[in-house]
Design a protein around this ligand. Structure first.
Ligand SMILES: Cc1cc2nc3c(=O)[nH]c(=O)nc-3n(C[C@H](O)[C@H](O)[C@H](O)COP(=O)(O)O)c2cc1C
Length: 307
């Protein structure tokens, strides 16, 4: 597997140098640069040190769930090379939150770390909150921020958590737990990751709930289920996701105002698309699919071009 190869080259001392590190303060964290790695590439925290050597300003690991689970049936990952795109129907395949905690505790690098948490497939929707709280408690002290993933299209009904029926209760309960944990352990920011497939009204509802419940920020966005790939299922990422997710970002920035921290994700495949995310209101931006196609040279290009 390619990530195993990355482990070897970083073990041998490979490192991408950031020639103009700029200390950017984001969520109270000092970042070397505004480019991050999006969730899902290192689901279990197995590659944190290798990925850190590539120069990312932050790395988001996960999504993890309380219990380990296998994810959806294979094949579940398809490349559309001509468009620098992927379709994935992974379904939160992961080794469980306890495994990830052990990995994070053993890491040697200090790149700021986001930890993305989700619910197990077999947890009923009415108990979804419990899954998030279990993971939140376990990763709270280890993360620079925690991402609440309610937007993967590959776990049945997960995206319903973004709807008016669930969102306020979910976010207020998570906020309450954060306040309790803060009193003894200090403050860890919590963001939600949203879908790019929401209507204007749905975006408005989520934005209002985030502001009302004083969540720390939003990650915009996950993969889109709006595509015609023959596999039928799964979320589309990379090139074709850029416009949809960037439009959602611009609308979101309008709804939440200038101050709420936003991480952009979706279709960053070169310097230009990275800069456009920042221009449209993101504080920082992440890559996933672009990194799969271009490799570490894309990280080098971006972090050494932006000031
Ligand atoms: C194979 C694959 C697995 C992913 N797994 C996760 C995940 O576990 N949690 C999550 O929040 N996002 C996950 N994502 C979504 C990415 O984090 C990212 O938001 C999305 O791919 C859009 O960015 P991109 O166009 O740069 O890839 C996954 C994406 C891919 C392609």
């Amino acid at each position: 597997m390619a990530l195993e190869g990355l482990k070897v080259i970083t073990y041998l001392g490979f490192k991408i140098k950031n020639n103009n590190p700029t200390s950017v303060s984001f969520l109270g964290i000092d970042l070397d640069n505004t480019l991050g790695l999006a969730a899902g590439l290192d689901k279990n925290g197995d590659y944190i040190d290798s990925l850190s050597a590539l120069g990312f300003g932050h790395i988001e690991i996960g999504t993890v769930t309380p219990k380990p689970q296998l994810g959806n049936k294979k094949p579940r990952l398809f490349r559309i090379r001509s468009e620098k795109a992927l379709i994935n129907n992974m379904g939160f395949n992961n080794k469980g939150v306890d495994y990830l905690v052990r990995k994070v505790e053993k890491r040697n690098s200090s790149t700021p770390l986001g930890i993305s948490i989700g619910k197990n497939l077999d947890t009923p929707m009415d108990s979804a909150l419990e899954d998030y709280l279990i993971c939140l408690d376990k990763v709270y002290l280890l993360a620079d921020y925690i991402a609440i993933n309610i937007s993967s299209p590959n776990t049945k009904n997960l995206r319903d958590l973004q709807s008016e029926t669930y969102i306020d209760n979910l976010l207020s309960s998570i906020k309450d737990r954060q306040s309790v944990l803060n009193s003894t352990k200090g403050y860890t920011p919590i963001l939600i990751k949203i879908s790019p497939d929401m209507s204007l009204d749905e975006l408005k509802i989520v934005s209002a709930s985030v502001l009302q419940n004083k969540l720390d920020g939003i990650i915009c966005a996950n993969t889109t289920s709006s595509h015609n790939h023959p596999s039928g299922k799964g979320g589309l990422s990379g090139g074709p996701l850029f416009e949809l997710s960037t439009n959602a970002l611009a609308v979101l920035r309008g709804f939440v105002g200038p101050d709420l921290p936003i991480i952009a994700s979706g279709g960053v495949i070169d310097l230009e698309t990275f800069e456009e995310k920042i221009n449209k209101g993101a504080n920082v931006a992440q890559i996933y699919t672009g990194f799969i196609y271009e490799g570490p040279s894309l990280v080098d290009e971006i972090i050494n071009s932006v000031s």
